[in-house]
Design a protein around this ligand. Structure first.
Ligand SMILES: Cc1cc2nc3c(=O)[nH]c(=O)nc-3n(C[C@H](O)[C@H](O)[C@H](O)COP(=O)(O)O)c2cc1C
Length: 186
């Protein structure tokens, strides 16, 4: 008997957040029930920018798309996650997560996910100038030490995202396949 596993895809406000149908379809083909969580800024990109396509994504996942905490009396509208994938991971959410800050629903799930021991993979998207800030190395090391698979090509040696020069990002080259390969096997 196969049981459906639930993946929370958590997307922050970087350009690949406007290409989410690709990883959703791939994860679904691998047997995941995918629930989409957006940061508030990524949600605004989808609702206020003509490039957004939130209703298509809701149809694709079959679940409400969450981006803010529920009210105290609100009920849970999503199944519990078996794994978390944060992609694209922004510089902003990286540092807040590493410091245990949980002022968005996305960060609440990510910080709690570490404590729950949920399998968690993170695929960054930021430029080389952002990457050279000394805090990046510290935050990435902190999250790796806590068990998060941070898919950043660096001295760690594993496969991962290679930061581009400022204004030379290429969303078509964003390596979604690395993120999906980092998810636990069924
Ligand atoms: C057009 C545009 C592109 C951006 N690209 C990136 C990016 O590639 N990586 C990144 O870390 N932040 C990027 N940012 C900045 C983030 O959107 C910003 O830090 C935001 O506060 C992130 O919020 P979140 O982490 O809650 O999603 C971009 C902002 C804009 C307006």
């Amino acid at each position: 008997m196969t049981t459906t596993r639930t993946l929370y895809l958590i997307a922050c406000a970087a350009p690949p957040a406007l290409r989410l149908a690709v990883p959703i379809r791939t994860a679904q083909a691998a047997g995941w029930d995918v629930c989409l969580i957006l940061t508030p800024t990524a949600h605004r990109w989808h609702t206020d920018d003509p490039a957004g396509h939130l209703s298509d994504l809701r149809t694709l996942t079959g679940h409400p798309i969450r981006y803010e905490y529920k009210l105290p009396s609100g009920r849970d509208v999503l199944p519990k996650p078996d794994a978390l994938l944060v992609a694209p991971l922004t510089n902003n959410t990286l540092h807040k997560w590493a410091h245990g800050i949980s002022d968005t629903l996305a960060l609440g799930l990510l910080t709690e996910g570490i404590g729950l021991g949920l399998p968690t993979a993170a695929l960054p998207y930021w430029n080389a100038a952002q990457a050279r800030h000394p805090a990046v190395r510290r935050s990435v090391a902190e999250l790796r030490a806590a068990g998060v698979t941070v898919l950043l090509a660096d001295e760690h040696g594993g496969p991962g995202f290679v930061p581009h020069e400022p204004r030379h990002g290429n969303v078509n080259a964003y390596p979604w396949e690395l993120a999906l390969a980092a998810l636990p096997d069924g």
